[in-house]
Write a protein that binds this ligand. Structure first.
Ligand code: GRF
Length: 206
């Protein structure tokens, strides 16, 4: 078996607990077919950057406002990914929109974690606490998380993995968000990344 690992970049905007789950999985050997080479943030204040630094992972901050346009922002990300010869891009709480021009260059090479069972509570505008607020408003008894490939449709790419989480009667958006993260997101994201990296490295060997 080849020793070659897929080269992963994780794109973040905020707290980075999903990034932390990936780092933990890598340290424990659960994620072994790929290695996080780089963390890119679109927000200089993201705590995720601290987590990356503590783990010894190189970071880059790329801010759309500083670059002036979506095209320049995406070009800077692409250039960084290319320089690092990245095989797989993982969006882990990355709140910037990526255009079709960007996503179409990386078919089946970009993953995203979404905190609901797609196709429920997803698409444009469904991020952060809003997802859980809407789930509670609707009164669903089960929600969860989804890892999917990213294409030009927000939360619309092929589903790779899902995990269900029960809603409790006294849940608030905050308690539900935390439980979905702990019981679903932090588990299926590393598992899905390993699954895709395995596929990518097998393909390289063939
Ligand atoms: C998570 O709920 C994830 O599903 C969503 O954004 C949140 C990011 O949290 N896409 P964190 O930055 O990983 O803590």
């Amino acid at each position: 078996m080849s020793e070659k690992k897929a080269r992963i970049a994780v794109l973040v905007s905020g707290g980075g607990t999903n990034l932390q789950a990936l780092i933990g999985a890598q340290n424990r050997g659960l994620l072994h077919s790929g290695e996080i080479q780089l963390v890119i943030s679109n927000n200089a204040g993201a705590y995720a950057l601290e987590r990356a630094k503590k783990a010894g992972i190189p970071t880059r901050t790329i801010v759309k406002k500083e670059l002036g346009s979506q095209a320049a922002f995406e070009a800077a990300i692409r250039e960084t990914l290319e320089k690092q010869e990245i095989d797989l891009v993982v969006l882990a709480g990355f709140l910037a929109i990526l255009s079709e021009d960007f996503t179409s260059r990386y078919p089946k090479r970009i993953l995203n974690i979404h905190p609901s069972l797609i196709p429920s509570f997803c698409g444009a505008g469904y991020y952060g606490l809003r997802v859980h607020e809407e789930a509670l408003k609707k009164g669903v008894k089960v929600t969860g998380a989804t890892v999917h490939y990213v294409n030009e449709i927000p939360d619309g790419g092929e589903i790779l993995m899902q995990k269900a989480v029960s809603v409790r009667e006294n849940d608030t958006p905050e308690t539900l968000q935390k439980r979905v993260m702990r019981l679903a997101e932090w588990k299926i994201l590393p598992a899905a990344v390993e699954m895709v990296c395995q596929k990518l490295t097998e393909r390289n060997e063939a």
